[in-house]
Design a protein around this ligand. Sequence first.
Ligand code: GDP
Length: 425
Amino acid sequence: MVRAIVGANWGDEGKGKITDMLAKESDIIIRFQGGSNAGHTIINDYGKFALHLLPSGVFYQHTTSIIGNGVALNIPYLIKEIQSLVDRGVPKPHILVSDRAQILMPYHVLFDTYEEARLAGKAFGSTKSGIAPFYSDKYAKIGFQVSELFDDALIREKAYTVCEKKNVLLEHLYHKPLLDPEELIKELQEYRDMIAPYVCDTSAYLYDAIKAGKKILLEGQLGSLKDPDHGIYPMVTSSSTLAAYGAIGAGIPPYEIKDITTVVKAYSSAVGAGAFVSEIFGDEAEELRHRGGDGGEYGATTGRPRRVGWFDAVATRYGCRIQGTTEVAFTVLDVLGYLDEIPVCVGYEIDGEVTRDFPTTARLEKAKPVLTKLPGWKCNIRGIKKYEDLPENCRKYIEFVEKEIEAPIAMVSNGPGREDIIMRK
Ligand code: GDP
């Protein structure tokens, strides 16, 4: 049985916590896209962790964590992340890395940084982790696949071809130091030795696991609105953030993904540039940002203050639909307990007309939020375990959102910890 855990919005919805929680009953947890460019925050018995490349299942000894073929694999980063867990007393997790995963190279990070600097004010707000240059190279067919590390002749030939191409840009577009193919070869050989113990034909491993009835989780990064096809292009990430891509990025049949748990946050937050219709500013925003998440809304990877706003039903209904949501995990609801009234964005006004449909980017840029207000519950809901025990206005908020997004809210998260969860069925 395969379940995908994905985000409905701009990321940071709390997928890490939901994955960590559901990992307890799972056998295998897979990252299928993205790289170390976003973080998942997890709070458990070992402490508070911000994972970037590892799946959020690494804290359980009975699970296997897989870096799927769709991931941008930064090898030294992965090794460091594993070591950082061990250093903090977490038993060494069982990790497999797809032999078809491609390698994020230091020059991808350089190109990301140089390009953001070149674009200056028009930059995409990249985390400068090398993700866009990495996926560009993958599809331009000049990327290095893990399996290729074990073929010295191939690596040598490819290193020279890649450097030739990259050096034209480095010299003439960016005016930066050139790459040395011999150094690149040495680097790749080091990577081979670092990754060798983890390499596996993970698609074949998963084929057997599915046949054996194992419980498998696909852990998405970011959310629907950052998908390169269905998101707010071009302010998107460079790999698909949708559950459907889990089939490709892990190498499993699409029809095996039975459950799609879409994580939806009780208000909105986003890192980086791009249209954000229900965004709020000033003191109102500062208060929500300060109270938000667990210790404030600041990026897990970059520490940048996140943009915040009210719940956006238009974006979230679309985000859930495009994921193929079978159930919703509604998170960070406890944070809203301070508000007398809670605004919710229920429509977009574009050129004088109100729509409930999420538009393409050019129209989205013109959208103004149509807000409605729901009464707040004015108390702390952490520690509540049963749905019926939530204050009436809190239940009304959940039920209003559920109706608006047209997807069933099966779980309500009322705190950052594993145990802060209310199951509705
Ligand atoms: P992810 O990328 O989707 O995994 O999300 P992040 O981990 O970046 O952001 C979620 C933040 O919210 C983290 O700081 C979590 O610890 C925190 N969090 C998750 N669920 C809840 C919740 O129900 N209540 C509160 N207060 N914080 C939560």
